[in-house]
Ligand binder design. Structure first.
Ligand SMILES: [Zn+2]
Length: 116
């Protein structure tokens, strides 16, 4: 991830994602590393909120996870990363996995015209 969405927590200096929740519009700070299935299960049991990070219409979109999204789009699903709300004391303890977004975001389409 690049651009203005990725940042460092001013307190613990871990890499975090700053985005508005697509459903509520509220700002969210989440750990950058995607959770594995076990990671999300543990985070939810621990009382942490989880979010889906998608690449939609040329930008990242973050949306809170409810029971339907959790069941319908488990961690590891194509083109979705599951992130946990950042907590300085808990960050880094959840099992994580490789991002599912990299291959999807990488190609840049310039259309018919060359970019110069
Ligand atoms: Zn922190």
């Amino acid at each position: 991830m690049s651009g203005g969405n990725s940042n460092r927590c001013p307190t613990c200096r871990r890499t975090v994602v700053n985005l508005a929740d697509a459903d509520t519009g509220l700002p969210v700070v989440a750990d950058r590393k995607p959770l594995s299935k076990l990671g999300e299960a543990l985070a939810l049991v621990g009382g942490c909120d989880t979010f889906e990070l998608r690449w939609v219409a040329g930008r990242f979109e973050l949306a809170g996870r409810d029971q339907f999204r959790i069941r319908g789009t488990p961690p590891g699903s194509n083109r979705v990363d599951i992130l946990v709300r950042h907590d300085c004391e808990l960050a880094g303890q959840w099992p994580t996995m490789k991002s599912q977004l990299r291959d999807y975001v990488a190609p840049v389409e310039y259309g018919d015209k060359p970019p110069y």
